[in-house]
Design a protein around this ligand. Structure first.
Ligand code: G3H
Length: 258
């Protein structure tokens, strides 16, 4: 019955939380890599979760980029902004993503879908550290970084290490290094191994992993069987208060101990 199915999912969510050591896990049916609808369902769940956990009034929401985040943006609704003033800000810039999935684009889309506001972080995607460092002194950059600092929520995804490095055009030398160090996952520009040890970090500005600890609401949204290892590894770095929004494709594999 529907009730049994629901209870089954709830018990799986509990097991997953226990295994991953985080406070909240929500699982949608299916596998996002096989069916696009699953990603939409995850997006809807992000919307509902934010609606439950965000306080009324002003909320600065720091967001990351990626294909998952771009889809999540489409699932946000004006209901979220009914009793809230929402400002979406890019959590980090310059990771090297294509324009339509950059954090800036995701923020703009989230603002459109909710009726909230957004800010842009003007950091070019493919420049050296010497080039972007002086940009930190720019008032427009500073203002956004200060907002990021005050954010009440963060929404981000988790990716597989090597596919992420390749998609972001990282150098062959860096990709080889990541392979040697057995990087399995990536989030916020941090690459980590199965034990949850950071093996490389893209030297960019904005939100850092350690900053997450003091942010009241953290939502990690990632699904698909291919991301199971990355999610499991990231959970060891994730702050306790994290809400993991995932699918059966990833959850079943993690629970099997794969
Ligand atoms: O940091 C993680 C990646 O941004 C995930 O990217 O949503 O396109 O798989 P994706």
């Amino acid at each position: 019955t529907v009730m049994e199915q629901l209870l089954g999912v709830r018990s799986k969510e509990k097991q997953l939380c226990k295994l991953l050591g985080i406070d909240h896990c929500l699982i949608v049916a299916g596998d996002a890599t096989e069916l696009p609808k699953v990603l939409t369902d995850m997006g809807k769940l992000v919307n509902e979760t934010l609606d439950v956990i965000l306080p009324h009034g002003e909320n600065i929401i720091a967001v990351m980029g990626g294909t998952t985040m771009a889809q999540v943006a489409n699932s946000l609704t004006p209901k979220l902004a009914e009793k809230r003033h929402l400002i979406f800000v890019p959590a980090r810039g310059g990771l090297g993503e294509a324009v339509d999935i950059q954090a800036n684009a995701v923020c703009a889309r989230m603002a459109v879908h909710t009726g909230g506001q957004h800010r842009v972080l003007y950091i070019p995607e493919h420049v050296s550290e010497q080039t972007y460092k002086p940009l930190l002194a720019e008032p427009a950059v500073k203002e956004v970084l200060q907002l990021v600092d005050k954010s009440s929520a963060v929404v981000h995804s988790i990716g597989e290490a090597i596919p992420m490095a390749k998609r972001r055009d990282m150098s062959t030398a860096t990709i080889t290094m990541l392979q040697q160090k057995q990087a399995v996952g990536e989030a916020f520009g941090y690459f980590f191994n199965q034990a949850g040890e950071v093996v490389y970090k893209i030297p960019r500005i904005g939100l850092q992993l350690r900053d997450l600890e003091r942010i009241p609401s953290v939502i990690a949204v990632a699904g698909g069987a291919n991301k199971a290892a990355a999610i499991k590894a990231y959970a060891q770095l994730a702050p306790q208060q994290t809400w993991l929004i995932t699918d059966e494709g990833a959850a079943n594999l993690i629970l099997k101990g794969a």
